[in-house]
Design a protein. Sequence first.
Length: 266
Amino acid sequence: MTPTPDLMTMPPSAYEALIEFIYLAPVGIIKFRPDGAIDMANPMAVQLLMPLAGTSGLANLYTLLHDIFPDLPDSVAHFTDSAGQIFDQLQLAIPTTQLVVSFTVNKINPDTLMAVIQDITSAIEQEIRILDDQQRFRAIFENIRDYAIYTVNLDGRVDEWNRSLGRIGGWEPDDVTNAPFSMFFPDENAVHPQSAALLQRARKLGSADLEGWRIRKDGSRFWGDTIATVLADHVGRPVGFVIVTRDLTAADTRKIGLLPSRPAIP
């Protein structure tokens, strides 16, 4: 393990470079003592903590954070190792502002501690937006009537049950979770299963659909249209499929026996 250099023995140029790095760092950096007294705070730390300063100023970290993190002094005091991490990215909301910061504290030696504070407001807001969108989409998916929407992994097994599967086919979570996608296709051909061919074509083209008979839990059939769309991760690698099956029985005014079937997927 490389020893920490002694600031007093560092060459002047290296010391100046270190100070400039700390000064320009995009995160708040605070050097403080076990009693909370602040020895050094870079401009970003001052900017983030200024709303907490009040009349006491920026002299003591424990005083600054008393209202939002009153346990900090005891946590530091009870950390008995000579060095190490005490907190890692603890989230704190700054009162009277919209800021949320992450707070990390490391003990450098028995007399010196270092705190790193980073503004994570945008990241938190984005997480909230994503969660809201997920809940909104889930509410839509679970309340539609003539469609079943669910996901299938690359092995062709159902990832997660959805209420729409219950409405369209009477399926329960234990019936479908991790079950093969082929279970929704009656009389699957063991040599050339339509379900597997549908997923293969979707993986090749990005999306594929197939109209024909589908099966409910009770064994009865309905005429439906199934669309499989590749689900990719953040770098574009396929991780599964989104499956949408529409029950065409009530939607189509023609008699089921006269419905033209699309050619089977080769």
